[in-house]
Design a protein around this ligand. Sequence first.
Ligand code: USQ
Length: 395
Amino acid sequence: MTMTKKVLILGGDGYLGWPTAMYLTKLGYKVAAVDSYFRRWACHELNVEPLIDVPNMQIRAALHKDLTQRTIEVAVGDITNYAFLQKVFEGKAFSSGWGPEPPDAVIHYAEQPSAPYSMIDREKAVFTLTNNLVGTANLIHAVREYNRDCHIVKLGTMGVYGTPNIDIEEGYLDVEHKGRRHKFLYPKAPGSLYHLTKAQDGDMLYFYVRMWDLRVTDLNQGPVYGIETDDTLKDDRLFSIFNYDDVFGTVLNRFLVQAAAGFPLTVYGKGGQTRGYLDIKDTLACVELSVRHPADRGKYRVFNQFVELFSVNELAEKVVQAGRNLGLKVEVKSIPNPRREAEDHYYNPAHTGLLDLGLQPHCLTDEVATQMLAHVMKYKGRIQRDYILPRVSWL
Ligand code: USQ
């Protein structure tokens, strides 16, 4: 790592984007965060406000600077607007301290990240397609226009693979057919329109890597949990945007809030749905490892980014135990599954790439689950019980 490396974070206001910005400045990177505030206005529109109020990026960047003396450059705008993205790459969207040189790496979180949101109606489906695919296409073109050497680190999802009845490999599959062999991208079978756009943006990146010799890392991440990272400095205003509603909340974060509110944990269907989970702290480490070790030119590199496999029932059991540790009686209730997904299936994905780069995983121990629940309990008075039950059906 060179201490002056410039990293642009698209989606810098989000659950992962903001903590990534703080983390990378601490490691000596020069960081700029860009966001359209999609998540904020979607939460207002759907009336599903996050658990903790966090101020806008400019206020958070100023506060972070006061506490750490480190700068996060900030710009508010939409990367589906290419003229705006050009300003970002030319440095004109930021203060003069950022300079006119294009970034060395871009971390692309600027996609609509919710499966339920993408399944609400036609309008939200088209928004998800446009936002996720046009945004990615613009980014690719900006890299071609300003710095073909720039490393694109795109947040993908384990959900692109679906739940096939064979082992999931890390991005590619060797196929032998009629006596000949070829390496293909691993077959994709996404389970929501959102997940489909992540399969499509991956295909688009793979295409342009072959056309223009770009450097790309696709991080196929599982569901993330956690509130706090080492950089939140115990100031609530620096926390991530933490949702627990049926649209933007991920399952373990939802269960923690449900436990704190005395609401029975909402296991969808049989609860055998198994996914690869990770602590938000590991997301930051994985992204930094990817930036520190860029993909080669002309390489579409794929990592499966998760730490441990759990079924929904196993997660619920962990939260019940965490509740017990804090003297709470947590109930679990299976409710009809609003999604179309396998509830009892084989799941064995490979995930060695990031470990080989040096990832030191955080595991979901009893202590970690209990600490997270204790943290959420502090905001118990803010929990809106009517955000909890699922309202979006896949049918
Ligand atoms: N689930 C429940 N109860 C709930 C919420 C969810 O049983 O109250 C189940 C879901 O049906 C699913 C599993 O838990 O089987 C995971 O659901 P989730 O909402 O935590 O995750 P998902 O919708 O798949 O999406 C999240 C992120 C997305 C990311 C993805 C990784 O929102 O951005 O790409 O996790 S993955 O799941 O590997 O595709």
